[in-house]
Each structure stands twice: as C-alpha cells, then as structure tokens.
Design a protein around this ligand. Structure first.
Ligand code: ADP
Length: 255
C-alpha cells in the first residue's frame, strides 16, 4: 500500500509518501502554479522512493491549492490533515496551533484525532508566516535567520497590528538605532500574543502542538509558551504535518 499526501500551501508545497514503515518527504516552492507544484512533488516522491505512478493507491491533497491537483484521489481540509498528523505524532495532544504562510489556526481534537472545534485567522497577515517574511526583509534577513538574532531579554514594543504599518515601524526603530535582536523579539512576541489570544478564546487543554513552517522559529515557540503558560511541542517534521496527515488519511480509508 503506497499513499501520497500533498499539502499545496501559499508559500511551499509539501509531499509525503508512505510505504509500509518508510516515509519520504519532498518540498518545492508553490510558485504561481499549484498544479505544477503538485505534479513536481509526485514526480520527486516517486523518483526518490523508486516507484512508478501505477504503484500508488491513494493521493490525498490538502492546502489552499488542493483543487488544482488533477492527480488527487481526494481533497481534504488542512484542519483535518493537521489533526490527523498530530494525532499520529503526539497521541496525547488535544490542542494544535498551525501557523503557515497566509493563515493561523487553532484546532481542538479528541483522542481519535477527530476535529472537535477550530478557530482561524485568514483575514489579516499579522500573526502569519507572511508577516514574519515581510519583517525579515525589512531587517535585511531571511526568515530562517530571525530566531538566531532574537534577544528575548530586550524585546522592543511593536505597536502596529497591520503588516504595512509594522514594517514602517521597524524601519523607524532601526533608524533610531534599536538593536535588531530587540526588534525581532518584539515581532515574535506580537505573533505569539495574537495567536495565543485566539487559542485562549477557543480554549486549550494540556500541552499544545505547534505545526506549520513558522514552528521552525524557536522565538515564536518561546513567545507562545510565555503567552499560553504551557509547554509547546514542535514536531521535527512541523512543516510536513499537513502532508503527513493527508497521506495517513489515504491509508485510513484503505484499511
Ligand atoms: P503554507 O502552507 O502556507 O505554504 P508553511 O506551513 O509551509 O505555509 O509555512 C511557510 C512559512 O514558514 C513562511 O511564511 C515562513 O514564515 C516560515 N518559514 C519557512 N521556512 C522557515 C525557516 N527555515 N525558519 C523559520 N520560519 C520559516
């Protein structure tokens, strides 16, 4: 049984192929064509695992670009896929925070990994990966470098909620000579506060799992822990959690 899960996101397209106990992962930029990104991922996964297209039993696709992938056996929401992925990685977890490129979500799940409730911010870039990408750019850094520069002891106050105004505010702080590490700590705190407020409104139970590309940023993880007052677990495959869940949903359906 070979199952492929694809998560065609706003920034990155992620794919997981599961065969027996083996897993293969691939990621490509989504670019302008979610369809091409999906085709590329399927080709790459087949090549790295040494399989041919007719060996594959199921291709479950999630993410904003899911409807564009013609090879899909089925499409499933990101919420269900993250829930299934986290249930596999951390069976004890009941609350998930997912921060991707263009939205942030809080998902409550039951002991079977079924979605009980969720909240989502997809209206405003603040509190998303895109916000951090724009701010990293203003600081002359790549988003992957932010956490290494952070100075948690000296967090600058970032007042603006709007991405455009926050970018101007940062340019102003740099001009005043404020240290980059302080600005970055302030940015991480502003993302953490915003997403934690959404999680608190929905209600959290026990420890929290943090998924999506932004979970690679230790500074955001720290600020979520500070704001939520609980431990935040980040899977090694945080950016692949949705794709993993999609591949597992394909396997579940065949069982
Ligand atoms: P989407 O599914 O919308 O494409 P992802 O879950 O793939 O989103 O996350 C993309 C976001 O992850 C980017 O906007 C960026 O902020 C963040 N990101 C990507 N790579 C890194 C990294 N190496 N370190 C920290 N953050 C990262």
């Amino acid at each position: 049984m070979i199952s492929i899960g694809l998560d065609i996101g706003s920034v990155a397209a992620k794919g997981v192929l599961i065969q027996g106990g083996r897993q293969y992962q691939m990621m490509v930029p989504t670019g302008w064509s979610p369809r091409t990104a999906g085709e590329q991922l399927i080709d790459d996964l087949l090549q790295s695992s040494g399989h041919r297209p007719h060996d594959v039993h199921s291709i479950v696709v999630t993410g904003y670009g899911r409807v564009a992938v013609m090879e899909a056996s089925r499409t499933v929401t990101e919420i269900k896929c993250h829930a299934r992925g986290v249930a596999e990685l951390y069976p004890q977890i009941r609350t998930i925070i997912d921060i991707g490129g263009q939205d942030s979500k809080v998902i409550q799940i039951d002991s079977q990994g079924r979605v009980v409730d969720f909240a989502m911010n997809d209206k405003c870039a603040a509190g998303t990966g895109r916000f951090l990408q724009v701010m990293a750019n203003a600081l002359g850094l790549d988003v992957s470098e932010l956490a290494a520069y952070e100075d948690p002891e000296q967090a600058a106050t970032i007042n603006s909620m709007c991405t455009v105004f926050a970018e101007s505010e940062i340019i102003g702080l740099l001009a005043q000579g404020v240290d980059k590490g302080s600005i970055i700590a302030g940015l991480h705190l502003s993302v953490g506060k915003r997403v934690a407020a959404m999680a608190k409104r929905l209600g959290i139970a026990g420890e929290v799992a943090f998924t999506g590309g932004v979970a690679m940023n230790q500074g955001v993880k720290r600020s979520l822990e500070q704001e939520l007052g609980c431990k935040v677990l980040v899977p090694e495959v945080c950016q692949f959690t949705g794709a993993l869940g999609a591949a597992l949903i394909g396997l579940d359906a065949a069982a």
